[in-house]
Design a protein around this ligand. Structure first.
Ligand code: PGA
Length: 246
């Protein structure tokens, strides 16, 4: 049985003044032991957030694939770990678009994070043109093709985020979400076996909000959510956590 997992992605939002939101969110999460909750913050907020809510899972939104070196502006998995992060997002579509990251890059980052003992949320998802062309399953399968054959849910989570649904207020239909999650799980099984398919959680992301969360989280093969805009305040994120807790 996979526990539900709800992760906030704060993107380039968050100064110390917003730590009070994390404190409220963490208080709810502690009161709902049936669901795993995390917030992935900007690098600068990792250590202050960990200090504010000890024991609550704080993550990052990117990591470099190398342990150290001449990579101006980048950050290593060990640095994230030392700051107190326990997880990291890799391969988010905004990084694929803005920093031209590939799926190969995302899996290299995942390997570096795993080696440092960080949990990984690896993102995949199609563009609107790809969906309209009936290419969703093919695109997503290609994005996860480099999953290691020994991957398991203790270090890896996959987030399915249709690019056209991120920050737009648009979502696929419930049937479409369930179908894509089922296709991802089947691909994980094909590539990494039944233990991987049974243990790796597949989150839905893209305009999840308090109004649609319960219905999406109830779909088969949806093990939680990766939430952007609606994770920035306790007012909006707490109802999503409560929906996941059932
Ligand atoms: P959104 O972002 O919830 O604001 O659509 C989700 C994400 O990009 O992870």
């Amino acid at each position: 049985m996979r526990r539900k997992f709800v992760a906030g992605n704060w993107k380039m939002h968050g100064l110390k003044a917003q730590l009070k939101e994390i404190e409220s969110i963490a208080a709810t999460a502690t009161a709902k032991p049936g669901v795993d909750v995390a917030i992935c913050v900007p690098f600068t907020l990792i250590a202050p957030a960990v200090a504010a809510v000890p024991g609550f899972a704080i993550g990052a939104q990117d990591v470099h694939e190398s342990g150290s070196g001449a990579h101006t502006g980048c950050i290593s998995a060990e640095m994230l770990k030392e700051a107190g992060a326990t997880l990291v997002i890799v391969g988010h579509s905004e990084r694929r678009a803005d920093q031209h990251e590939t799926s190969h890059d995302a899996w290299a980052k995942a390997a570096a994070a795993r080696a440092a003992g960080l949990h990984v949320i690896l993102c995949c998802g199609e563009t609107e043109e790809e969906r309209d062309a009936g290419e969703t399953d093919r695109v997503v399968a290609a994005q996860i093709a480099e999953i290691p054959s020994d991957a398991r849910g203790d270090w890896l989570t996959i987030a399915y985020e249709p690019r056209w649904a991120i920050g737009t207020g648009k979502t696929p239909t419930e049937a479409e979400i369930a179908a894509t999650h089922g296709a991802i799980r089947a691909k994980v099984q094909e590539l990494a076996g039944a233990d991987a398919a049974d243990t790796i959680r597949i989150l839905y992301g893209g305009s999840m909000n308090p109004a649609n969360a319960a219905a999406i989280l109830a779909l088969s093969d949806v093990d939680g959510g990766l939430v952007g805009g609606a994770s920035l305040t306790a007012e909006k994120f707490v109802p999503i956590i409560e929906a996941a807790a059932g």
